[in-house]
Design a protein around this ligand. Sequence first.
Ligand code: HEM
Length: 502
Amino acid sequence: MKDLLSAEDTNDIQSWIYSGYPHLPKSTYAFLRIDDQIRARQFLKGIPWQISSATKSRNRQAQSHQVLNVAFTAMGLLALGIDDETVEKFPIEFQEGMNAPHRGAFLGDISPGGKPDHTVRDYAASAVHLLFACHFISASVRDSWISKFQRDSSAGGLSLVGLELGELADSGKEHFGFKDGISNPEIHGFKGAGSATGEFILGYPNEQGCMPVSPLLSPESDPHDLLPPAMCDNRNMRDLGRNGTYLVFRKLAQDVSAFWNFIADDCRRRLGRAEPADLVWLASKLVGRWPNGVSLVEAPHFDAYSEIMQERLKAGSLNDFTYGQTDTSGHRCPFAAHVARMNPRDRIQGLSESEALGTTARHRLLRRGRRYGPELFDLKILDTPESWNRLQQLFQSRPEAQDTTRSDRGLFFIAFCANIREQFEFVQRAWGNNPHFNSAKGSQDPLIGTNSSITPGRSGIPIPDRDGGITTGLVPQAVSFRGGGYFFLPSIAAFRWICHGK
Ligand code: HEM
C-alpha cells in the first residue's frame, strides 16, 4: 500500500509510537541523571536490544510481559557528550525544555496555591537527562524490574532522580470518572490511512507536505554508518531524527472532590437541586463525552445509556463523528467542552468545515497517558444510571469532608508529536487556554485551562441550547500542573549513534 513504512523503518521505530500497550496495565517512568559519562555510555550501549520496536509490537506473538522505551532531554544529550552544535540543530522548544520560564507562562503552568508539589519539575531542576519508560503485565513484574534497574543504572553511572508509577485501569477511566484514551490519530505509515506520518514521526512529510525539523548531520559525524540518509534537500546528510519523535510528559494532579463538588454546587445554584442525572449531565457537558465514552454529538441526551449505544460501546466505535453537520451551534457538545477544544474536528468558527479539518489535522496529538494514585470513589458507578445516586450522596457536602484519603492522584499526560510548538504547545495555549477560541466567551478549557482564582477576567463555561443556554459558575482549578519535560524519543539506530558518539 502507498506510503507504508518499510520493514526496516518499523524495526527502527520505538514501539510506544505504534502502541499504548493496552495489554500492559502497569507502567513506570524512571527519570535519570548522568553522573559519569563514560560509564553511562557503556551502560546505554547494552540497552538498544532491550528496546521494543514497532515491528515487535505489531507482531502480537512477540509481545512480552514488559516493554522498554527510552528518551533523552536536550541536557541529557549534552551530558552524554553530544556537542553543542548537534544539539542546537534540534528545535528551540526541545532545547529550552518545558520548564523555561516563558514557556510556563503561556502554557499556564502557574502555582495556584503558592506551594505546588513540583515533583517532576524538581527533577528537571536537578537535571533530568533520561526517561526510561517501562510497561508491565503486572505489579510484580514491575517491582522486580525496578529493583534490578536501580542496581544496574547506579552501576552504570546514572542516578535515579525520580520514579513515577502509572496504571491503565480496567475501566479505562481517568480520575474524574470518564473513559479516556478513545480518540487518537492513526498514523498513515502504519495503517495506510490517517494522519500524515510526519505529524508524529520525524523524517517523513507532514500534513503540509513538508519535512518536520530534524537534526541533519554531516557523513563525517557518523563514521560507523549508523544513521539513515536525510530524505530531503541534501541526501548526503545523515538524519539523527528519522524514525524518532518528541515526547511531552506532564504530571497533572486531579482534585476529584473539587471537580464534582463544583458540579453539585453549580446544579444547586441554577436549579435549586442536584439530582444524580443533573450532575452527570453537567460534568459530561464540560468533558464533551458521557462517562462511558459516548460522544455528546451522537447521544445528546441520556440515550448514551441506551441498548444501541451499549452495542456500539462494545464494538468500540466511539469516534466516528464530526461536529459540523450535526452540531454547528454546540447545542449537543458545547464549543467550550474539553474534547471540542482539544480537537475541534470540522468546527472552528470563521472557517469552512474543510478548512477546519485541514487546521485540526496539523495540531493532533498521539496520547499515551496513564493515570496515577487510587480512585477517590468507585468510578464504575458512573456507567450505570441506577447507581448515580451514590454520586449524589458522595458530593452533597463540602469537599474537605469527603476526601479523607489525602492521596495524590492524577494523570501522567504523555503525548507524541513531530513538532512540539505546533502540536502540544499550540493545543494547550491557543485552544485550551484561549478565552476567545470558538465562542468560549471568556472561559478556558474546563479541565486543563488556567482556571485559577488569580486568572483575571475569566468566565464560566457557556453551554448553549435552543433557549439560549446557561453559563456555569467559575470552574475551579481541579487539574494542576506538577511538572514535566520535553524529551526526544530516538529511533533505535539514533539511540546507538547517541551512545557511540562521533
Ligand atoms: C488531567 C487532565 C486531563 C483529563 C482528565 C483529560 C480527560 C480527557 C477525556 C475524558 C477525554 C475523552 C476521551 C478520549 O477521547 O480519549 C480526553 C480527550 C482528549 N484530551 Fe484530555 N484530559 C486531560 C488533559 C489533556 C491535556 C493536557 C491535553 C493536551 C494539551 C489533552 C488533550 C486531549 C485530546 C487531544 C483529546 C481527544 C479529543 C478528540 O480527538 O476528540 N487532554 N481528555
